[in-house]
Design a protein around this ligand. Structure first.
Ligand SMILES: NC(=O)c1ccc[n+]([C@@H]2O[C@H](COP(=O)([O-])OP(=O)(O)OC[C@H]3O[C@@H](n4cnc5c(N)ncnc54)[C@H](OP(=O)(O)O)[C@@H]3O)[C@@H](O)[C@H]2O)c1
Length: 339
């Protein structure tokens, strides 16, 4: 049976990526797409590469219309916008995958501090499942409301999971030095994101506080480390996130053991690749795929374990992972439509 899906926010970067994946997914029919602004255009006119593939109006977002047309609703909307639609979609018995941050924390009280807004749907926060399949596959299979992880947290958590599960002790805070391509900021216009500002430039941003630091800490769980410090940077490329994670260990660590542990944790994971000794990930190798590549090394002199991860922010960091989650939630082949 074909699964009917709706996409809200289809004209944004993550929404368009969902469209590109789902239009060719063997078990899915896209039956509703929407944006904020009225366009009076078909989706195949907005994105001409879809001519002959889809024939759909791009509508102004209306949860009721979406639910009439589809069984699964993807919300690729700005933070604080999704939570206004989720209750209406769940009430109509449909499943929801929210790509925004609106359901990534289970406590409504965390939102004013982390995101600067009051949460209006605390009841459904309690049933939302955090959608990192490598951590949470069983719960994802039973979810009706799925909180798709943030892009930076996906790269960081996949790198940290093996180290955390090994119970490694650290003598200083874990440092996550992460760099993202510009599509990570969305399609909205902003001076800081204009081509002349970004091209041949490189800068850190939100150094003091970024909500993704809280998301990483929350979903990694108690670690017993002196802390986690996350700093994001803006790379002059379109897509991809490279995260270099520094872990100063209490005693000597054999990188080979950490690598073997990571290989065993991820042995059956279709989208995580642990690289051989001496190899480290590159954005070019994951771009356009749902894969996460992980490289592991150890600096003897400073006793620092180095874990490097690379993902495509629009794929494993957003829409690819959302489709992976849809596949799990709906009993489809987990890798269907993805590479
Ligand atoms: N970009 C990434 O790498 C990435 C990764 C992980 C998660 N996310 C999250 O995914 C969500 C979407 O991100 P994005 O980068 O795709 O954003 P974006 O490029 O700015 O697109 C936002 C989309 O939402 C629509 N929209 C905005 N306000 C709306 C409203 N009030 N009602 C209905 N539709 C509305 C926009 O329509 P118009 O075009 O008509 O304005 C557009 O289609 C965000 O929550 C973001 O944090 C993004």
């Amino acid at each position: 049976m074909t699964l009917k899906v709706a996409i809200a926010g289809v004209t944004g970067y993550s929404g368009e990526e969902l469209l590109k994946i789902l239009a060719y997914h063997p078990g899915v029919e896209i039956t509703y797409v929407s944006a904020k602004q009225e366009r009076s255009q078909k989706i195949q006119e907005i994105f001409p590469y879809l001519k002959g593939v889809l024939d759909l109006d791009c509508r102004v977002w209306d949860p009721e219309e979406a639910c009439k047309a589809a069984d699964m609703v993807f919300l690729s909307l700005p933070h604080s916008v999704s939570m206004a639609s989720v209750p209406a979609v769940l009430k109509r018995g449909k499943k929801v995958i929210d790509i925004s941050a609106d359901y990534r924390f289970s406590e409504a009280g965390d939102y004013p501090r982390i995101y600067g807004f009051e949460h209006t749907d605390p009841v459904n926060l309690k049933q939302a499942v955090y959608g990192l399949p490598e951590m949470n596959r069983k719960a994802i299979g039973a979810a009706r409301l799925l909180a798709n992880p943030g892009c930076y947290p996906t790269g960081a958590l996949l790198g940290l999971l093996p180290v955390h599960r090994m119970g490694l002790k650290l003598k200083s805070p874990c440092i996550i030095d992460a760099k993202s391509g510009v599509t990570g900021a969305g399609r909205k216009a902003s001076k800081a994101l204009m081509f002349p500002e970004v091209q041949e430039n490189f800068r850190a941003y939100k150094v003091q506080a970024h909500p993704h630091e809280e998301e990483i800490k929350t979903h990694l769980g108690p670690v017993g480390w002196p802390g986690i410090a996350f700093v994001p940077h803006l790379l002059p490329v379109r897509r991809g996130i490279l995260s270099t994670i520094y872990l100063q260990t209490e005693g000597p660590v054999i990188a080979e053991e950490v690598r073997k542990h990571a290989e065993s944790i991820y042995a059956k994971e279709p989208f995580v690749r642990v690289l051989p000794e001496g190899s480290f990930p590159e954005l070019a190798h994951v771009r356009g795929t749902n894969q996460c590549h992980i490289g592991i090394g150890f600096k003897e002199r400073t006793q620092t374990l180095i874990v490097v991860t690379a993902i495509d922010n629009l794929q494993k960091g957003a829409s690819g992972q959302a489709v992976q989650n849809m596949n799990i939630m709906c009993g489809l082949e987990e890798t269907a439509g993805l590479r």
